[in-house]
Design a protein around this ligand. Structure first.
Ligand SMILES: [Zn+2]
Ligand SMILES: [Zn+2]
Length: 334
């Protein structure tokens, strides 16, 4: 089923034509639970990876003997999905039974599950995303590549800034004749929120407008005048007309937590927003972005299909050099 973003509650460029210069196209990825093949775009699915190429690992020292069992993370999600899809006689979801609640809390424990793992045991990276050019042509693939793969380490704190370790791999998919069948996994993870549920993608292009703080002063003032904060129904620039929530490629970055930060590559060139990984596809403030098709559903966890939690349950943005995407990327969390 495709996903369709409703039209914006108001044509803001009709009100302020000068905003047209501050518009850009983003591709919402709309990840939803499914069973993608390795040759399809996905979140958390098996990547199309050459069998004879080593799988990437993180070699940072993490305390790997303690953590959450990957098996338990997945089992907990399976139980929750099943429990919330059971319907009682009145047509309402029953939720977990007492037995299931007990099981869920026993599975929800960090522990010393892997005493055999030392701090420097390499950690196989987890597949986060892969996107083929045919699905998101606007992504900006470098010459000779038609596939972007994103992996990360499921433990926290890398290097000085204690950042997440995320890798980008650009490929020509036609070069892969013998793909790897299964990715190696470590049995523990540092954070359950770094384990994506397997999703298929339903890419959709939408128009966004620059984040409020980065607009010229004159437009900011005009928008402030125009906004009606008294009314609950009135659309708001930041939530409804500016930046789309959820996983997306391109478009604009929201800077609602920190205020704008300039992203500059080590080579001096400005960086562009490549990818946004979001904890929620929409929330109460950004309900106008909920696709029509989802509004018809009552599935448990509808707005959190990937179950990825980044930052303080916010979003993680990957910026790449505007001159050469192969220069080191930068990460920013909001
Ligand atoms: Zn790591
Ligand atoms: Zn650069």
């Amino acid at each position: 089923m495709p996903r369709t973003t409703p039209p914006r509650p108001i044509d803001i460029e009709g009100v302020f034509p000068e905003l047209h210069e501050h518009a850009a196209v983003a591709t919402r990825l709309h990840p939803r639970p499914g069973s993608p093949a390795p040759a399809e775009s996905s979140v958390g699915g098996m990547l199309l990876w050459p069998a004879d190429e080593p799988w990437p690992v993180c070699t940072e020292a993490h305390q790997k003997s303690r953590g959450e069992l990957l098996r338990n993370v997945r089992e907990r999600r399976r139980i929750l999905d099943a429990a919330w899809s059971r319907i009682d006689a009145r047509g309402r979801p029953t939720g977990p039974t007492d037995e299931e609640r007990e099981l869920l809390s026993s599975l929800n424990k960090r522990g010393r599950y892997a005493p055999e793992l030392t701090e420097d045991t390499p950690v196989p990276m987890l597949p986060v995303l892969q996107v083929f050019r045919k699905d998101v042509p606007a992504l900006g693939f470098p010459e000779g590549a038609d596939l972007l793969q994103v992996l990360w380490c499921p433990f926290d704190a890398h290097g000085e800034g204690l950042a997440i370790d995320l890798r980008l791999v650009w490929r020509d998919s036609a070069m892969i004749s013998a793909p790897m069948v299964e990715a190696p996994e470590l049995k523990v993870v540092g954070r359950a929120g770094y384990v994506p549920d397997v999703c298929v993608l339903h890419p959709e292009e939408v128009v966004e407008h620059q984040s409020f703080e980065l607009l010229p002063n004159a437009i900011q003032n005009a928008l402030e005048e125009w906004e009606d904060w008294e009314s609950e129904e009135a659309p708001h620039y930041q939530y409804d007309l500016s930046v789309a929530p959820g996983w997306k490629v391109g478009g604009f970055a929201s800077w609602h937590l920190t205020g704008p930060q300039e992203m500059v590559c080590g080579c001096g060139a400005p960086m562009r927003l490549l990818l946004t990984v979001d904890t929620k596809e929409w929330d109460n403030g950004s309900l106008s972005w909920m696709p029509f098709e989802d509004a018809e559903l009552s599935t448990y966890g509808l707005s959190t299909p990937t179950r990825v939690v980044v930052g303080r349950a916010g979003s993680l943005r990957v910026f790449v050099c505007s001159k050469d995407v192969k220069h080191p990327h930068k990460i920013n969390e909001q």
